[in-house]
Write a protein that binds this ligand. Structure first.
Ligand SMILES: [Zn+2]
Length: 300
């Protein structure tokens, strides 16, 4: 796909003074800050030893509702460049950049380079609504990696060949992952292809891997579910042969609502990863393979 580069190119031009200082110290790794662990992994895969990348949101915490502390301000103050999702997912970053980052530091909002992430995009029969979790579809993750590689190469052209080589090897791995997900999830009976989660995260995943129904209790984790939706989902679950709901590791109060729904509907509770890696599931590829195993166990 064609990647729109205009926005961060402009930022890069504004940061011309900074770029000079990066070139002068090419032996030092690029200091990259990503908002959350999944983007941190993508940057690590592309940059290898040429980058030192930190995530602002710690492993296992919720990027939607994150309240930045002095630790994050300090990490950002040292950043040569910043990678975020955008699309309403990690909006708190922009305030933090204004307050704590070096002036003119290049900021990449990856999802916004990919297409209509924000607001009401509906295609192929799935309404993505305000779902900013584009990375849960592996072809989108490949676009993230291409966009990040182009961004890193623009900021540090002397390392462009390394970024190109590493991203191409990683994209091969992601293509194999996509094929595996398509093949294995294709074995789930059509009437069991239902994903019910706490928040609106899996619309891109569902569209890519052929899930007919993707439902959630709240659009965004800062909201509370309403009783009517709970009632509707109980009805939906009771019609399934293997009713299942999917919690997420970063949920705090949300998990409670999902457990109540499962009790009312006689459903099992499983865990899917969406917004954060953990020490046990430390990479994007491992996260998607974990989700694959869970879905096969829960629904097949
Ligand atoms: Zn989320």
């Amino acid at each position: 796909m064609r990647i729109g580069m205009h926005r961060w190119l402009l930022l890069a031009v504004l940061a011309a003074g900074l770029l000079g200082s990066i070139s002068a110290a090419a032996a030092e790794p690029l200091n990259v800050v990503a908002t959350f662990s999944i983007l941190q992994d993508f940057v690590k895969q592309v940059g290898g030893g040429e980058v030192a990348v930190q995530a602002l949101v710690p492993l296992g915490a919720d990027p939607h509702t994150w309240e930045p502390s002095p630790r994050e301000a300090a990490l950002l103050a040292d950043a040569d460049l910043v990678v975020a999702n955008g699309g309403g997912f990690d909006d708190w970053l922009l305030r933090l950049v204004r307050n704590a980052a070096k002036p003119g530091v290049p900021v990449l909002l990856v999802a916004e380079e990919l297409g209509p992430a924000e607001g009401g995009g509906s295609h192929h029969g799935h309404d993505h609504g305000a779902d900013p979790h584009l990375w849960l579809s592996v072809p989108n993750a490949i676009s993230y990696v291409e966009t990040i590689a182009a961004f890193l190469a623009e900021v540090s052209p002397e390392r462009a060949a390394v970024f190109a080589e590493r991203s191409s090897a990683y994209i091969d791995e992601l293509r194999a992952l996509d094929a595996k997900l398509t093949q294995e999830l294709g074995q789930i009976p059509p009437e069991q292809r239902v994903i019910i989660t706490y928040h609106n995260a899996f619309s891109y995943f569902a569209e890519r891997y052929g899930f007919a129904v993707v439902e959630f209790l709240v659009r965004n984790p800062d909201a509370e579910p309403n009783p009517r939706d709970l009632g509707r989902l109980v009805g939906l679950l009771q019609r399934l042969e293997k009713p299942a709901v999917f919690s997420e590791p970063q949920l705090t109060s949300g998990a409670r609502y999902l457990e109540a729904l499962a009790r009312d509907a006689g459903a099992e509770v499983y865990v899917l990863f969406s917004d954060s890696l953990t020490a046990e599931v430390p990479t994007y590829v491992q996260m998607m393979e974990y989700n694959l195993r869970v879905l096969m166990e829960a629904l097949r």
